[in-house]
Every structure is written in structure tokens, then in C-alpha cells.
Design a protein. Structure first.
Lengths: 477, 106
């Protein structure tokens, strides 16, 4: 079921490139908006789309086992929302019709790859969809064709290929141990022989590959470069879903469904997560470039997700998944704000901007909401997810990591307040008198994302039992 | 399990490990971007051999073949994109030296 969500973007690419391209060019924007909205609707109102679920064409042809659980639903929702945002941002930022059309084609391929990642239950199919997503994001990062973009793309490619090599070696070793690549058979084989040298080596290599792909701290080199040099809409995609689905989701899924929460894996996850939380936040404090600061903040927030996963309890995993959702909402919103600022003022240097709140009130308000949510200020969604993660850490006896998470939250608040003070508050800077709001294409998704992050915080009692706590169920299975 | 597997396993593993070392050396000890890509390619070749070995010793040759064919297709796509990026860097700087691409820092 739901494999039509993978088929739909592929069909979209084919339709866009049919012979009558002039007509398709005009329809391309709305086609992408339609595909993204259908995906969001399919997750939020599953009953409406139930009849589509019967059409399991792709799973039937490819003999791949596509299944869907709560975690996959959350990821599909994030992918739909962020894609929706990115299409609007790209429409506003890109004047060149040809480049816009190429962007939409690559975006649809990326969405197909990401949807595949969150639905497969087979480690090799996972790798295939992962590469579909990775290759489209390489091209998207370099699509501006300036030197910085190529540099960011090259670093991402090299580290990504190294991650691929590690992942494939792990898959080969699993093949020796289990004789199959399905999650369930590998899991069974690992349970029967947990201490073989090959098993430990393979688990270590797979975890390293996931750490590289999610940009955690010892392997974070590519993250700030490719986030800050990519075009605005691609930064939104990368920070919002690509690294989250390719790295963090894979890590959550593989650890919970295949490796199991052994003490060694838990302590590794906690150590890497804590390092990323603290070092990412400290590095973000020292940045001048708006997007680079957001990239380091992204590393720090992914660290929180890994800390929640490392607690190994149902509550911790539920908190991690909720933080994953929140992060893709508020970080997309912040990259959207940085796009608006860059489009209107022509710079991302935080020192040369000030007082933009007077000229861009909407961007100012939404960015304050997103930063406060990211820093964990009570009524907003980010507070609740961090609270759940910290409670889970405390309950399983990891007092040190719980205190570290609280302390790093203060650092998060520090760098976001410093960003707000430099860019949006204070006196209007010289030469910024003619700046205005960036237009409908950036304002509309910004308001939607701000509503989601406020709404998820205020209506927490309504969603906590249907949306958050069921995530913990994957720990037992 | 194939009956020749125990005798073949360690020699083959040793060979594959040597290919990995050659690939890593090639990636780490060069400033030429194309050579770095060749090193990555050698690493992927090592993995390909490892999957074939895994299929052979567990007598799942058909599965291993299908995996390897998929892998080769994907790897060609990735390396093609990477060469495109290297060409772009060459257009901007006029050289293939990795020491030129250290603008983004901090």
C-alpha cells in the first residue's frame, strides 16, 4: 500500500518531459504543488485516500516489500510539507524558466527517492533509494553553477561516496551472516550470533555511514559548506528532509528494526549525539553568515534527535521522532527567512544587517517563532519535543546527558537571540531603507510553517496520543 | 555454504582489503580531483568484489548478481555527476588542484 506515493513523482517527471514541453512548462509548477499537497493529504486524511492504497502496482512489479508505519507517516508528512515550501520558494527566487523547470524535475526525483527510503523494509532497496535521493541532491546543490556551490557539492559527493562504501561493505557482511537483505532476516541472524567479529564490524560501519549522511559532529565537514552554498530552496530541502530522511530516519529505522538497542550502540549514540549538540551550538555562536549559522544549528538539533534515540526507551524514540518533525518545520522556516533576507538585501552577512523588523515584519515574526521553537521556549512545539527527550534521558538514568541537553538548550537560545538582535531588532541599518517584504511566494509558506509549529505546540494534548506516543512502538518490534 | 568457501574466504578477503587500502591511499594522498574520484571508484570496486564473495560463500549467487548490477548502474551515475562537478570547478579555477577549493571555512 501507499507505493503510489513513489510512483506519482516518477510519473510526474515523465509527464513533464512528454513532447509538448511548452504546455508542460506552464503546468509544471502546479503539478509539483499538486503532488506535494496530495502527499500531505494522504498522510493527514488516510481514509480519503484509502482507495488509492489498493493500487500497489510498484510493489507488485518490483517485488519490493513496501510497508508503512507511524514513523514512515511522519516522514512522508515532513517530505510533503517541505517540498511544498521549496517549490514556492524556488518560484519566487528563480527568474530563469529553464532552470526552474530543471529544478522541478530533480525535485520530483528527490521526492520519489525519499518516499522510497521511508517505505522499504529491505537494506539493499534502502541503499538504492538513498542513492536516488543523493544524486538528485548533488545536482540540486550545484545548480547555481557558482564556485562555492561546486565546492559544497564536491565535498558532499566525496563524503557521500565514502558513506556508500561503508554501507555497502556492511550490507555484504550482513549478506554473509544472514544470507538475505530483508530487515527481519538480518535482525534474526544478528540475534542468533551477536558477538561475531563480522557482525560488530558491519554494525560499526553501517552506523558510521549513517552518521556521515546525517552530518553528525565528527563527520560534519560537508554540512555547513553544502547548506550555505546551495540555492535557497535547496538549503530548505537539505536541512528539512534530505539529511533527515537519508541519515537520521535510516539510523532510527535500522537501529530499532535490525540492530536492536544493545548497550554498546546506546552509549555510542549518546556520545555522538552529545558531541554534536554541544559542538554544533558552540560553532553556531561564532558564525557571521546567516545560512552557515543555521547549518551548525542543524547539526546541533540532529544531535538532540540522536540523544533521544540513544536513550533506547519508547519515550525517547517518540521524543526523537517528534523533534525530527519539529526540526524539519522550524529549520525550513528559518532557511526560508534567510532566503527572504538574502533576496531583498543581497547579503547573508549578519554584521551588515540590522533592524529589518521594521521593513519585513512578517519575516521577523515568523523567524522569532521558529528560533524560539528551536531553542525550546514553552508554548511552541520545539519545547515539548526537547522536554520529552530530556525526561526520557533522565528516566533511563543518563543524568549527565540530560543535564548536557538542558545546558545546550541555553546555548541554542544564545545564538538565536544574537541572530535576532543582529538582523531583525535595533535600528534600521544604512542602505536598508528600501527593503520590503519578499512577496507572496515566500510569505505564504512561511505563514503556513509558523502555524504548524505554533499549532503543534498549543494542541499538543490532542496529538500526543495519536501522533507522538505511538512512535515508541517501534522499540519493541 | 559452498564447499570451497572456507579455503577461498581468507585469501579473497585479503585481496579485497588490499583494494580498499589502495583506494583509500589514492583518495587521501592526492591533490588532484580526478585522481580522488578514481580512488573512490577503486573503493567501490572493492565493495563490489566483497558482495560477489558474500554471494559465493553463502551460495546466493543470483541475489548477489542482481545487487552488483544495480550497484554498478548507481555508481556510474554518481561518478558521472561528480565528474560534472569537477569540470565546473575546473572552469572556475583553471586547475584540478584540491588546494584551490578551500574557500568555505569556519
Amino acid at each position: 500500500m501507499f507505493s503510489w506515493l513513489i510512483l506519482l513523482p516518477f510519473l510526474g517527471v515523465i509527464i513533464l518531459n512528454l513532447p509538448f514541453r511548452a504546455l508542460m512548462r506552464r503546468a509544471a509548477f502546479w503539478l509539483c504543488v499538486f503532488i506535494a499537497s496530495v502527499q500531505v493529504c494522504a498522510v493527514v486524511f488516510p481514509a480519503v485516500c484509502l482507495w488509492m492504497g489498493k493500487l500497489d502496482i510498484l510493489g507488485y512489479i518490483l517485488k519490493i516489500n513496501f510497508t508503512l508505519d507511524n514513523l514512515s507517516r511522519v516522514m512522508l508528512l515532513c517530505i510533503g510539507m517541505v517540498t511544498f515550501t521549496a517549490v514556492f520558494v524556488e518560484r519566487q527566487m528563480r527568474r530563469d524558466e529553464d532552470k526552474f523547470f530543471n529544478f522541478l524535475n530533480l525535485l520530483l526525483l528527490l521526492v520519489a527517492g525519499l518516499n522510497g527510503i521511508v517505505m522499504v523494509r529491505d537494506i539493499f532497496s534502502l541503499y538504492v533509494f538513498l542513492e536516488i535521493a543523493a544524486v538528485s541532491s548533488f545536482i540540486l546543490i550545484g545548480s547555481n553553477k557558482d564556485f562555492a556551490a561546486f565546492e559544497g557539492a564536491f565535498k558532499y559527493i566525496v563524503l557521500s561516496v565514502v558513506a556508500t562504501v561503508l554501507m555497502l561493505s556492511a550490507i555484504a557482511l550482513f549478506l554473509i551472516v544472514a544470507g538475505d537483505t530483508g530487515f527481519s532476516s538480518i535482525s534474526a541472524a544478528l540475534k542468533s550470533s551477536p558477538d561475531r567479529f563480522f557482525v560488530i564490524l558491519a554494525i560499526g560501519m553501517f552506523l558510521c555511514a549513517c552518521f556521515i549522511k546525517s552530518g553528525l559532529m565528527p563527520f560534519h565537514g560537508w554540512v555547513p559548506d553544502s547548506y550555505s552554498s546551495a540555492p535557497a530552496s535547496v538549503s530548505i530541502l537539505l536541512a528539512g528532509i534530505v539529511t533527515k530522511a537519508v541519515g537520521v530516519y535510516t539510523l532510527i529505522r535500522v537501529v530499532s528494526a535490525v540492530f536492536g538497542f544493545t548497550p554498546a550502540i546506546k552509549s555510542l549514540l549518546l556520545a555522538v549525539g552529545a558531541l554534536s549538540v554541544v559542538a554544533g551550538a558552540l560553532a553556531a555562536l561564532g558564525q557571521r553568515d546567516f545560512k552557515r549559522m543555521l547549518a551548525y544549528s542543524s547539526i546541533s538539533q540532529v544531535g538532540y534527535i540522536i540523544l533521544g534515540l540513544g536513550s533506547g526507551t519508547a519515550l525517547g524514540v517518540a521524543g526523537a521522532v517528534f523533534h525530527l518533525f519539529n526540526h524539519s518545520v522550524f529549520k525550513s522556516l528559518l532557511f526560508l527567512n534567510s532566503a527572504a533576507v538574502e533576496l531583498e538585501t543581497g547579503t547573508r552577512d549578519m554584521e551588515s544587517l540590522s533592524g529589518l523588523n521594521k521593513r519585513m515584519p512578517l519575516t521577523g515574526i515568523t523567524s522569532v517563532l521558529a528560533s524560539l521553537s528551536c531553542a525550546g521556549i514553552p508554548p511552541l512545539a520545539g519545547f515539548w519535543s526537547k522536554l520529552i527527550i530530556i525526561i526520557a534521558l533522565w528516566m533511563c538514568g543518563q543524568y549527565f546527558y540530560a543535564c548536557l541537553a538542558v545546558a545546550a538548550s541555553v546555548l541554542t537560545l544564545a545564538y538565536f537571540l544574537s541572530m535576532q538582535r543582529k538582523i531583525f531588532f535595533g535600528k534600521l541599518g544604512e542602505g536598508l531603507e528600501n527593503v520590503k517584504e519578499a512577496g507572496f511566494g515566500l510569505a505564504f509558506p512561511a505563514v503556513l510553517l509558523a502555524l504548524v509549529t505554533v499549532g503543534a505546540g498549543l494542541f499538543l494534548p490532542l496529538i500526543i496520543h495519536v501522533f507522538i506516543f505511538p512512535q515508541g512502538a517501534i522499540v519493541g518490534g | 555454504m559452498n564447499e570451497l568457501a572456507p579455503q577461498l574466504f581468507w585469501p579473497c578477503t585479503l585481496g579485497i582489503a588490499m583494494i580498499f587500502v589502495i583506494g583509500l591511499y589514492c583518495v587521501l594522498f592526492t591533490y588532484n580531483l580526478i585522481r580522488a574520484l578514481i580512488g573512490l571508484e577503486i573503493l567501490i570496486k572493492g565493495v563490489t568484489l566483497l558482495i560477489i564473495l558474500a554471494g559465493y560463500i553463502t551460495a546466493h549467487e543470483a541475489l548477489a548478481q542482481s545487487l552488483v548490477i544495480t550497484l554498478i548502474v548507481i555508481e556510474v551515475v554518481v561518478i558521472t555527476v561528480a565528474v560534472g562537478v569537477v569540470l565546473g570547478i575546473r572552469k572556475h579555477t583553471g586547475s584540478l588542484d584540491a588546494r584551490n577549493i578551500r574557500n568555505l571555512k569556519g
